[in-house]
Design a protein around this ligand. Structure first.
Ligand SMILES: [Zn+2]
Length: 249
């Protein structure tokens, strides 16, 4: 029982040191993948090997997508094709309706809208539903998948983006996804037992804003999606280590 997670990547969009941020969440032997950067099978393999979890594309009850930026969503084409042609299955994909609105036409259609028979080169059109079982998250309440109940809340970002609270095993894990500093979002996340928060300059949340939070809030926070330049040893909030397994206390 309980709720655990493995940060498979902890870097920001420009990191040369780490994979883009994505998280495998586990309860009762079931797994949820939060965000899906390319190359997702390599990210899964390398991120889960240190803990012995041996995750691969078929390991998950669902993929939860926070938004369409490439460092969070660029692995979906590979995952969709791999699941379709190799695993013969259609992964469940959960996201806010505003994220789902742009998913096919704005991200996947260019690379996935036609498949061809290699013997004849006859091709036919395909649609999102050929590859994914897409289901909406709901601003108004939790959506259940397997042992997980997932709540979402819009963040301050340049494209529609949601933070998450994931409840399972009697615990709640919060994940900020990408956001400018938003004290109300931090308060929502801090209702969880533990929450992962991004940091960065520009449109992101400055480290100094998080470091200035009350000690009780900082104690529940862990850093993810951090820039290569961040001084990890000096951080007032514990930075997550890629590939390490954590339990939600
Ligand atoms: Zn983003």
């Amino acid at each position: 029982m309980g709720l655990g997670f493995i940060p498979l990547g902890v870097g920001d969009a420009f990191s040369a040191l780490r994979y883009s941020s994505c998280v495998a969440v586990e309860a009762d032997g079931r797994w949820l993948l939060v965000d899906c950067p390319h190359p997702i099978r390599k990210v899964l393999r390398e991120g889960s090997a240190p803990s012995g979890a041996a995750l691969d594309a078929g390991s998950f009850d669902a993929v939860v997508l926070t938004h369409l930026h490439a460092d969070h969503a660029s692995g979906l084409e590979g995952l969709g094709y791999y699941a379709h042609f190799v695993l013969g299955r259609r992964p469940v994909l959960l996201a806010h309706p505003k994220v789902l609105d742009g998913l096919w036409a704005g991200l996947l259609e260019g690379g996935m809208s036609e498949v061809a028979d290699p013997a004849t080169w006859k091709s036919h059109r395909t649609v999102l539903a050929d590859y994914f079982d897409a289901r909406p998250l709901d601003d108004a309440g939790a959506v259940r998948i397997g042992p997980f109940e997932i709540e979402c809340r819009r963040t301050r970002h340049v494209v529609p983006t949601t933070a998450l609270r994931i409840r399972a095993g009697g615990r709640v894990l919060g994940i900020s996804s990408d956001t400018a500093f938003d004290p109300r979002l931090v308060a929502w996340l801090a209702e969880a037992d533990l929450f992962l928060h991004e940091t960065g300059e520009g449109i992101h949340t400055p480290y100094a804003s998080l470091a200035a939070l009350p000690a009780a809030v900082r104690a529940k926070a862990r850093l993810i999606h951090y820039p290569d330049e961040l001084d990890l040893a000096a951080s007032a909030i514990e930075p997550l280590v890629q590939g390490r397994r954590y339990e939600v206390p």
